[in-house]
Write a protein that binds this ligand. Structure first.
Ligand code: NAD
Length: 398
């Protein structure tokens, strides 16, 4: 037993501690949300989630398992507890998921390691052959700053830069909550290529190729990979930035994989454009925390705000569940960002965006609410928990 009082240690967009019970409560809350309105007889099926421990990947796994009764294999890259530090939030989330999956009799397994590596892919195919069997749904939800190409051994680092001319954008300094200009540097051609190598479609292609070759995609299997478009004010950093180039590459990859899967197994592969939500990955993108702070209040006031679990539920209910086919825009993309991008929502957010300053942020409490979402990612600020009580931090992943 190793009990301790756990407090948040936050620096900017990084929190180096996580509260196991707080994480478990957040997982429970997502499970409850997924179960509400679930089919009376969940159809089951088999789900593989790459990036299964936090954010969109975790929510997708919960929706598949606890709403549709799917057995799941998860892949994540999380830090175990040590003598000096708690485990990462994704570690505790995964532990909590496994506890509940066992209670519910849902098959669940998780492999913790580098999804970009050959070894991890081999472990996944071995596990599928030995246990779960061919999968019906593959969710690709990795967000990583680097990737080592398993063929060449070369390591690529992604950068968050703009493409073309330098650009000054307003942003929140997450350390002090003040609005500051952020100068986006233009990326070099090599930096663009490296970011595409990390977050583009190459790794998804490798997974789909390997699973197809191993007969581990069931007839009609659906593959979905996540992306974001967002409003024009964020385009210099997102859509027209290095990350946008990588996502464009992911889209091209998905449409060619879609054609292949249709022919080979009657399956599909789509990008799903999701809503902006607070995660470790999105908090790191300049300007996006400020935009989200304003957006969430507008969407909440209209009753249209969604978090990851509501988005994942909508994805399964409308596009991925047995008997459903993905409905897409003209570019073949599933659109879960419709409520965020509704013209009246965007008009209101842009009105705020154009006049926001430190006083307005403080007066509305918008950033404070953003910070609360951020702390919740690590199990802090969860209502009803006594944070002065020591808790067990040495928990297994599964
Ligand atoms: P996140 O940081 O919450 O999750 C990332 C996941 O990837 C974690 O499970 C982590 O363990 C795993 N991971 C990272 N590197 C790995 C590696 N090398 N091997 C195995 N697992 C690894 O991120 P998120 O915000 O949920 O993003 C997931 C996807 O959703 C990304 O493609 C992102 O672009 C997309 N998306 C995010 C948002 C948003 O607002 N957060 C919006 C739309 C789309």
């Amino acid at each position: 037993m190793s009990e301790q009082i756990v407090t948040p240690r936050i620096r900017g967009f990084v929190c180096t501690t996580a509260h196991p019970e707080g994480c478990a409560r957040m997982v429970d809350w997502q499970i409850e949300t997924a179960r509400a309105g679930a089919p009376a007889e969940p159809p089951g099926g088999r789900l593989l989630v790459l990036g299964s421990s936090t954010g969109y990947g975790l929510a997708s796994r919960i929706a598949g398992a606890f709403r549709y009764g799917m057995g799941s294999l998860g892949v994540c890259y999380e830090r175990p507890p040590t003598d000096r530090r708690t485990a990462s939030a994704g570690w505790y989330n995964t532990h909590a998921f496994h506890v509940r999956a066992r209670e519910a009799g849902l098959p669940a397994e998780t492999l913790n390691g580098d999804a970009f590596s050959r070894e991890l892919l081999e472990q996944v195919t071995d596990r599928l052959r030995a246990g779960l069997g061919p999968i019906d749904t593959l969710v690709y939800s990795l967000a990583s700053p680097r990737r080592t190409d398993p063929e060449t051994g070369e390591t690529y680092q992604s950068v968050l830069k703009t493409v073309g001319d330098p650009y000054r954008i307003q942003s929140i300094n997450l350390a002090n909550g003040l609005i500051e200009p952020y100068d986006l540097e233009p990326a070099s051609p090599a930096e663009i290529a490296d970011t595409v190598a990390v977050m583009g479609g190459a790794d998804l292609r490798r997974w789909v190729d390997a699973l197809l070759a191993a007969d581990l995609l069931a007839p009609g299997a659906r593959v979905v990979a996540y992306s974001y478009l967002g409003p024009e004010v964020t385009w210099p950093v997102y859509r027209h930035g290095t990350i946008g180039r990588a996502k464009a590459d992911l889209e091209v990859t998905c449409s060619s994989l879609d054609a292949r899967l249709r022919e080979a197994i009657g399956g599909s592969c789509n990008v799903s454009i999701n809503k902006s939500i607070v995660t470790q990955a999105s908090a790191a993108i300049p300007a996006v925390p400020l935009y989200m702070s304003l957006l969430f209040d507008v969407m909440k006031a209209r009753g249209t705000h969604e978090g990851p679990i509501e988005q994942a539920i909508r994805l399964f209910d409308t596009h991925l569940a047995p008997g459903r086919s993905p409905s897409t825009d003209a570019e073949g993309r599933i659109r879960l960002d419709d409520l965020e991008m509704a013209p009246e929502v965007q008009a209101e957010v842009m009105h705020l965006w154009n006049r926001v300053d430190d006083a307005l942020l403080a007066e509305t409490g918008a950033f404070e609410r953003f910070q609360r979402y951020f702390r919740e990612l690590f199990g802090f600020d969860v209502p009803g928990l006594d944070y002065d009580r020591p808790v067990e931090v040495e928990l297994p992943l599964t």
